[in-house]
Design a protein around this ligand. Structure first.
Ligand code: DAH
Length: 340
């Protein structure tokens, strides 16, 4: 019986070593160790043995069972490891492959132009002041000498939240806020870039656009200072041989008021399509700050004076980079955006 057991064990070990998957191993476990298995069968034959022989063989069968059980478990673990190795080999990531390229973003044309404009005025000693886009009627209109019912309000139709509150139509609102905050101190010398809103929408008007306001208040500020400042700006922004032309105009918050043109940088003033044959391109509104505006903001119009100007950042960008439709700047077309 002992030889028989040894022969079964040898066969079992060979079968186990040859098994290629868990299913086969389970089959072998049943075939050798199951209720009707071969080793179990040897156990059942023990009844034929003498009482002395029985415990000896019992121990032997148990040892054999344990060994076979152990070898099955080992082989099971080995098969699992092999399977994992195979999977890892099959799923290897080639880290040397180039990755997918993410397009690199670029600065928006309006940010670029805004910064160019800011740099020019910062070099002239101006600071940047900002104001809220949701603005009180008082700052957007009333304190700029545009009382309710003033007909000039019609030039700037806005989006209202209530009687008193609207989306600002002009960065001029920051003039008043700045003067109030300065509490009468001189000089006041700021530019104010930012978004403004109007009920307009066509190739040259968008319901949201950007302006840059300028304000200088000090003792003895004259129109000549305004002229020199805007000439310096025009030349740095559009070329050293630019000239400017000042035409009379009307704004409620300036007196006198002026519209400022620059000599056409495309034709040099001879007349072309860009300047519609006139040699001049309109660029901004400006003027001497109205005494009423100074007084309402706590400044003594007998002791100080000042000038203000306001221009569209989109307009400056369109002129400088020959962009013919304002809406391109808000369409998010990558080909357009990447070209600056
Ligand atoms: N706020 C005016 C507008 O939106 C532009 C402007 C004109 C600003 C004259 C000024 C100014 O500061 O003095 O059309």
């Amino acid at each position: 019986m002992q030889e028989q057991l040894a022969a079964i064990e040898a066969r079992a070990l060979a079968d186990i070593a040859a098994a290629q998957d868990a299913e086969k191993l389970n089959e072998l476990r049943v075939a050798y160790l199951g209720k009707k298995g071969e080793i179990t069968a040897v156990m059942k034959m023990m009844g034929k043995l003498s009482p002395e022989e029985r415990p000896v063989l019992g121990a032997l069968v148990n040892q054999t069972k344990d060994r076979v059980e152990g070898v099955i478990a080992e082989r099971m673990a080995e098969l699992k490891r092999l399977a994992l190795d195979a999977r890892l080999a099959a799923e290897t990531i080639d880290v040397s492959l180039p990755g997918r390229k993410l397009g690199r973003g670029s600065r928006h044309i309006l940010s670029i132009v805004k910064e160019q404009m800011e740099d020019i005025f910062i070099n002239l000693g101006y600071s940047i002041a900002e104001g809220p886009q949701v603005e009180l009627d008082y700052y957007n209109f009333e304190a700029l000498n545009l009382p309710p019912e003033h007909p000039a309000r019609d030039m700037q139709d806005s989006f209202y939240f209530s009687e008193r509150m609207l989306l600002r139509t002009q960065t001029s609102s920051v003039q008043v806020r700045t003067m109030e905050a300065m509490g009468g101190k001189l000089p006041v010398k700021i530019i104010s870039p930012g978004a403004v809103y109007r009920r307009d929408d066509d190739a040259t008007h968008s319901p949201m656009f950007h302006q840059m306001e300028g304000l200088l208040i000090d003792e003895n500020v004259t129109f000549a200072d305004l002229n020199g400042t805007l000439l310096a700006f025009a030349r740095q922004m559009f070329g050293e041989d630019r000239e400017i032309r000042i035409r009379p105009s009307y704004f409620p918050f300036t007196e006198p008021s002026a519209e400022v043109d620059i000599s056409c940088f495309n034709c040099g003033g001879a007349g072309c399509r860009l300047c519609k044959g006139s040699g001049w391109i309109e660029i901004l509104g400006s003027g001497q700050v109205h005494p009423k505006v100074l007084q309402m903001s706590g400044y003594d119009s007998e002791k100080c004076s000042g000038f203000a100007f306001g221009m569209g950042i989109e307009r400056v960008a369109m002129l400088k980079y020959a962009i013919n439709d304002l809406r391109l700047m808000f369409d998010n077309d990558e080909t357009f955006l990447e070209s600056f």
